[in-house]
Design a protein around this ligand. Structure first.
Ligand code: ADP
Ligand code: MG
Length: 169
């Protein structure tokens, strides 16, 4: 299928998913598999209503440094200080107002995906923010997406970022 069909399919089907349960399962997996053991600087994201919520990682790993995306025309990553200081950004998300860092200072980034393809590429909402921001990113890219939307037979494009791992709940 083409990207637009895949987006329509996921946007409908994901409303039947228990994201609270899924979020717990994915966090458990990250902790049990010790995915962050040699990673100090972690890119996270503020979840939308129908996305897997990994914010508990902030409490589980209090000694690591976290970074969140913020959109100012383009997507940048900013230092995490406190969730209470986040302000509303575009697309119903929340973003920090702290300083922007060089993306290649971040060791590993968790990336929310609508779906992932058989080629391990990310399908997003259709704005391409992550594709542009991570175009020359050298660190580890971890896709976060319900297992049922992983490995879809969707035609991706050359600019779509390839994920290193995609976590299954
Ligand atoms: P998403 O990744 O959010 O699913 P798309 O991959 O369809 O969305 O990209 C949306 C738009 O962003 C497309 O028009 C695409 O050409 C543009 N785009 C994506 N990556 C780049 C890039 N690295 N450089 C320039 N334009 C890009
Ligand atoms: Mg893309």
């Amino acid at each position: 299928m083409i990207k637009a069909e895949a987006r329509e399919y996921v946007l409908t089907e994901r409303k039947c998913i228990d994201f609270q349960l899924l979020s717990k399962q994915v966090i458990k997996k990250i902790v049990e598999e010790n995915i962050l053991w040699n990673k100090e600087k972690i890119g996270l994201y503020y979840p939308l209503k129908w996305e897997i919520n990994l914010l508990d990682l902030l409490n589980i790993y209090p000694h690591k440094k976290f970074y969140f995306p913020a959109i100012h025309y383009k997507m940048e990553f900013k230092i995490f200080d406190s969730l209470t200081s986040f302000i509303p950004g575009p697309f119903h998300t929340m973003q920090p107002m702290t300083e922007t860092v060089d993306i290649n200072d971040i060791d590993l980034i968790f990336i929310p995906c609508l779906a992932t393809s058989k080629t391990k590429q990310r399908l997003g909402y259709g704005k391409g923010y992550y594709d542009r921001a991570l175009e020359s990113y050298q660190g580890v890219k971890i896709g976060i997406c319900p297992s049922v939307f992983q490995n879809l037979d969707v035609e991706m494009e050359h600019h779509d970022i390839v994920l290193d791992f995609i976590i299954k709940e």
